[in-house]
Design a protein around this ligand. Sequence first.
Ligand code: FAD
Length: 281
Amino acid sequence: MIADDFIYCKPETKRDAVKAYKKLKNERNKVFYYGGGSEIITMARAGSKVPNAVIDIKSIPECNVLEVKNNVLIIGGAVSLNAIAESKLFPLLGTTGSRIADHTNQCRISIAGNICGTIIYRETVLPLLLADAKISIYGPGGRRTLPLSEIFHKRIQLGQGEFIYQIKIKKEMTETPFIHVKRTANEKIDYPLVTVCTTQYKGRLRMAFSGICSYPFRSIEIEEVINNSQVSLGEKLDLIHNLLPEPPLTDYEGSGEYRIFVMNHIIENILERYHNNAKNL
Ligand SMILES: Cc1cc2nc3c(=O)[nH]c(=O)nc-3n(C[C@H](O)[C@H](O)[C@H](O)COP(=O)(O)OP(=O)(O)OC[C@H]3O[C@@H](n4cnc5c(N)ncnc54)[C@H](O)[C@@H]3O)c2cc1C
């Protein structure tokens, strides 16, 4: 429960959602789009992010779509991590979501909420970057669809009043062989020390990371190193360390040094499985 009064809107169209946003903003409210609400409610309870108004997108039909149409997987922004996992339509995304929070929360957390949330790990971004996902956004300027890689720089770059209504992925990109590894400090259900997602597409490995730095990322430079058969494993690990987009994260989960140790171990394991031609790669 949130102790303070706030305005709750549940529009049935994208246009009404933006109309409500503009009106509430003009009335000087602190307005948030609302997916699963897990983060908004937790932060409001803690007093750190108290909205005056929320716009729940769950009654907008396009935000609840989960289907393959013309060889493209369409996932509505309000679809829960659990629904994605159960659908088995994108196994890597399903596996990644199944390792975020617990089952009760997975039934609530929306895919767009995980991408847009303030909690830094945003692990669902990893499979989406690897699969060249496109993001459909609606806002005061109408709608636009862009590759996630173009609008995700440390975090999603949305304009004022914009929200994600759908995510689109070519079906063939949902079917690539993959390895997902998440290492946590203590419990199985915890924030990641390091999560690595790897896919193999057209004979090359793609790799994306969460936990190692203060934001999730895919690095083409790291992939060049990973795929270079002329470079030894030891050299690869040294080069990857130097190609991280920022120094490794140090927080209560673990030091930067420990995170590098864990990441190296994961990469070593993944490459070993790859070279041994493991079943799921
Ligand atoms: C117990 C627990 C453990 C967790 N562990 C992990 C973890 O290990 N890894 C990880 O990545 N995350 C983890 N999380 C974070 C969790 O994934 C986020 O809290 C969650 O993703 C928020 O999703 P939501 O749908 O509940 O978002 P909400 O609380 O509804 O919203 C979160 C933010 O996203 C914005 N937003 C929501 N929907 C949209 C939209 N369609 N368009 C634009 N903006 C939108 C909201 O305005 C708000 O700012 C954990 C959370 C919990 C509760």
